[in-house]
Design a binder for this molecule. Structure first.
Ligand code: SF4
Ligand code: SF4
Length: 476
């Protein structure tokens, strides 16, 4: 009876969650704000390193210039992708699609093996909230218990000052994040120049940046775990990519139960869980991992560190909550799991297609467009009947660098080719030059002749590709 009384008392604490509803809602469906406590431990220090590495990539890398180009930029308007000083021009939609679909299959593959590792370790929302927004909140408003107290307190000067300061800093950071995000698409220097002008001069970009800032501010500062639980599409579908062999953050119920305070608990048969709720207090989505793998768990490992610290204190082995899988926990026979291999197969296929298209699209693509008006011009010079064909030559080029090319006619017949630029410098995604072919009428058969043009890299004298051109003239 005394034990039951104790359990009822424990049930009154805010971390003893109602099994019938989400941890972040009350019985009326209103939001219950989560105040995760900070934690220390090996997983936290690993994640901190990963987070700051990613913050460097997300926030600083696009502002660094290499060879006078941003380190990372996807300029959709110019169809250019710049990475570490090299630019791929004229990015075709197929390449963007293949990049995107490869990314999806990569995430599907790692999810099937390592569970929601993306959510806990690399998602920008988790990275920024854990490393920056929660840190600022703790710095200004104190530990979780102090934040709860402040939240529940009446309006006071201290409360107004703390909240204003917090939201002011949040706004500055959100502005920086949104500018960096927009900078990925227009280039940071261009964006800086744009911000120096009146907003009305670049109204579209200004509105996009402000919308982006508002979304980041509200999401990272206030909405937080609600986004993971309610809105994130990946959060909805990740469970279909996982199975009993996928790694998840899980509570070892074999070892932990019966927990202290439960009906079946006795000193002799009791499990290792001392029912301290530490794992719940640190959880950013507010869940109790002891109830099994849940959709709300973002695999952030906070509860592992929290529980390990408790286990150390009560002199029990660490790992009551750990990275594991259902096969190990339930001690069931592992079936051959083909899912990761299937994802890997698709990923390899899409990557192969990406590099194939990339390779073929980085070779200059020549298109000969016949000049307007008469298809040919005839002249007689020293009794020789000469024909001239004029073409506009369009050369699509998606390479990462500018380089010159020469054109060579692969034909025994005496044909002269005159170009409006020679060698042709490929310094833009679509280069346009004029080409004039001059030849004796006698080389034509029924008024036409097909010839091959070889494209030669002028730097190395290596042949890059060939293109067929049809010359025309009078029928007789
Ligand atoms: S249950 Fe653990 S791993 Fe999952 S979100 Fe909560 S603290 Fe993170
Ligand atoms: S932190 Fe560990 S010991 Fe404490 S309630 Fe959670 S699982 Fe049990």
């Amino acid at each position: 009876m005394a034990k039951n009384h104790k359990v009822r008392k424990l049930a009154k604490n805010r971390y003893d969650l109602d099994p019938e509803r989400l941890a972040s809602t009350d019985e009326f469906g209103n939001r219950v704000y989560i105040y995760p406590e900070d934690v220390k431990g090996k997983w936290k220090s690993r994640r901190t390193k990963v987070y700051w590495g990613l913050i460097f990539v997300y926030l600083i890398l696009p502002w660094i210039y290499i060879n006078e180009k941003p380190a990372l930029m996807l300029n959709l308007a110019k169809r250019e992708f710049t990475f570490l000083g090299s630019t791929l021009h004229g990015l075709e939609p197929i390449l963007i699609f293949l990049m995107f679909i490869s990314g999806l299959f990569f995430i599907a593959f790692i999810t099937s093996v390592y569970g929601r590792i993306w959510c806990g370790w690399a998602c920008p929302q988790t990275v920024f909230i854990q490393s920056i927004f929660l840190k600022i909140e703790a710095l200004i408003e104190g530990r979780a218990s102090q934040r709860i107290k402040l939240d529940q307190s009446k309006l006071s000067l201290e409360k107004v000052l703390k909240r204003s300061l917090k939201w002011f800093i949040y706004t500055v950071i959100s502005l920086h994040i949104s500018h960096t995000f927009i900078g990925y698409f227009v280039g940071p220097r261009e964006l800086f120049a744009i911000t120096m002008n009146a907003p009305s001069e670049n109204l579209g970009i200004f509105i996009a940046t402000m919308i982006c800032t508002a979304i980041i501010l509200l999401d990272f500062g206030w909405f937080r775990e609600q986004f993971c639980i309610i809105a994130c599409p990946y959060g909805r579908i990740q469970s279909v990519m996982m199975d009993s062999s996928s790694k998840v953050v899980a509570y070892d119920y074999n070892r932990g139960e019966p927990r202290t305070g439960s009906d079946s608990y006795t000193k002799e048969s009791g499990g290792d869980c001392i029912n301290c709720y530490h794992c719940v207090k640190v959880c950013p989505t507010g869940i109790d991992i002891r109830r099994g793998t849940q959709l709300e768990c973002i695999a952030c490992t906070q509860c592992i560190d929290a529980c390990d610290a408790i286990m150390e204190r009560v002199k029990k082995p660490s790992g009551l909550i750990r990275y594991t899988n259902e096969i190990e926990l339930q001690n069931i026979e592992a079936k051959k799991n083909w899912r990761p291999y299937i994802y890997l197969l698709f990923l390899t296929g899409f990557l192969f297609a990406f590099f194939y298209f990339l390779d073929s699209s980085t070779k200059p693509n020549l298109v000969f467009l016949r000049g307007r008006g008469a298809p040919f011009l005839s002249s007689v010079v020293d009794g020789q009947h000469l024909i001239t064909n004029k073409f506009t030559l369009k050369i699509k080029h998606q390479g990462t660098e500018d380089f010159p090319i020469n054109l060579k006619i692969l034909d025994k017949a005496a044909i002269t080719l005159t170009l409006s630029q020679s060698p042709i410098l490929l310094d833009e995604p679509e280069k346009k030059v004029f080409a004039f072919f001059k030849f004796d009428q006698s080389i034509l058969i029924n008024g036409t002749k097909k010839i091959l043009i070889e494209v030669i890299d002028a730097r190395t004298a290596q042949s890059i590709s060939q293109r067929e051109v049809t010359l025309v003239g009078p029928m007789d």
